[in-house]
Ligand binder design. Sequence first.
Ligand SMILES: Cc1cc2nc3c(=O)[nH]c(=O)nc-3n(C[C@H](O)[C@H](O)[C@H](O)COP(=O)(O)O)c2cc1C
Length: 365
Amino acid sequence: MHIPDWFPDHPPIYDIEKTYLENASDGPYFNAKIPERPKTDRCVDFFGCRLNSPLGIPAGPLLNARWIALAAKLGFDLLTYKTIRSFAHPGHQLPNMIYVKPSSEESAFVSEEPNRLEDLMLTNSFGMPSRSPEFLLEDIDRANRSLAPGQAMIVSIVGTPNQGVSFLQDFVRAAELAKAAGAKFIEANLSCPNVGKAEGQLYTNPDAVYEFAHAIAKAIHPIPLILKTGVFPSAENMRTALEAAARAGAKGICGINSVSYHVVDQNGKPALGEHRPTSGVCGAGIREKAVDFIRTASSIIRKEKLDFELLGCGGVVLAEHFDELLSTGAKIAMSATGMMWDPFLALRHHWKQAHDKTKAHSLSL
Ligand SMILES: Cc1cc2nc3c(=O)[nH]c(=O)nc-3n(C[C@H](O)[C@H](O)[C@H](O)COP(=O)(O)O)c2cc1C
């Protein structure tokens, strides 16, 4: 079956000219017919839940139950409900996403929309907006109910400093909110590149990883806790952080988060304004880092005999990119930016699987 192209003829299903709240209330911007999904035998076990495939979407693009419901129909089987806080929070103003091209390891400049998905790279800077607890209690339940058999949803959470309790206690409050809303799996975001450094780089500090993961895992028991991390400064740092996470009771590791870059305009000035000199970069340009992350993490998990599910994301913009993460050691492979610019990404992969299987079968006859 031929899945019609989406990019560049159609705009992304998230409108980057509009605010996060406009996208939440009017999006996803998708009104096409969804192609049929083929039967494939790619089931995976995810904490005792049988998923129809190992394909998913990490925290970010799925803003509410409507976005989750569409992603599920589009053939993604592990959906992440966007990161929530313990209270309503507006996040950053526009612009939130700009096309970029890297100019060095740590900087990128503003660019035009690319012609090919392989060159799709953006900075995203949202500051993790969140709806009110009242809204979330209803909406997370609605999102869970929109899934088909063989699909599951993770709720991503984050803590906020200076909310009248400690940063750690607010993380626990957000986790308890997710649990009360009916989350089956909870992911703690220890790695947002668009907030303060101390909050955004928790994952690189093994003592902090232990302290936060232990408190959250205890509060949400028996719900499995997944930790979202970014790129680690070294393999040794990753090893000590993963060991701390395992001791603390975390059950899954998801990486990588967007990679922090200095994003500048044509005049060399911060493209998102003086207050946002750095921001997370996502899309095709970070795939190598994501594959490297999964390779190193899976080797550490094996060597140290850690009991983790490994979820990979970063730079998956074509169907075959899922396989790169899966064959390197990820149990689940996910796409955020890629699925926003090509909502048929999972279906392309399912059809590729079905086609490869038919071909292998006919060769064996
Ligand atoms: C629009 C957008 C919003 C995001 N928001 C979050 C978030 O709230 N929490 C989080 O842990 N990661 C967030 N991310 C990061 C993604 O989960 C993912 O780690 C990263 O984008 C790399 O994957 P990609 O290259 O497929 O986009 C966001 C990414 C995008 C594109």
